[in-house]
Design a binder for this molecule. Sequence first.
Ligand code: NI
Length: 154
Amino acid sequence: MALRKIREMGEDCLRCTCKEVTELTPRILELIDDMVDTMYDADGVGLAAPQVGVRKRIAVIDVGEGPVVLINPEIIYTEGEQTGMEGCLSVPGKAGQVTRPMKVKVKTRNEAFEWVEIEGEELFARALVHEIEHLDGILYVDRVEGELQSTEEE
Ligand code: NI
């Protein structure tokens, strides 16, 4: 298990447009393993490669049903709307209200580098959109409605 350092808002890597992954090398597989470990260690539901300083189109998500690996993901369909609180491991101690689609369909390569379609609803849909936006340098704070709130206990 190897943990990577989670980058925080203000660092350039969080604002970059990440590059497509062209092949699944041992280095990429190691990165994905480390991202999953780092996500669990930080109690997150998702983590994108730029959050550990790597400018590649890779993200991992676990909303409680096991890890899902996304490589070169694209949103191909959205439906409905949900408004709720959202946070990000790169913006520690904060949360804010964001409106996202209620359902999304994503075309992505999986951990075997095969193209698959993934459908998500509710929290999974929210996580898919949040993580995929990270790959284009977009943070949820760009979309927050009202004020960012502190989640730290006083
Ligand atoms: Ni995030």
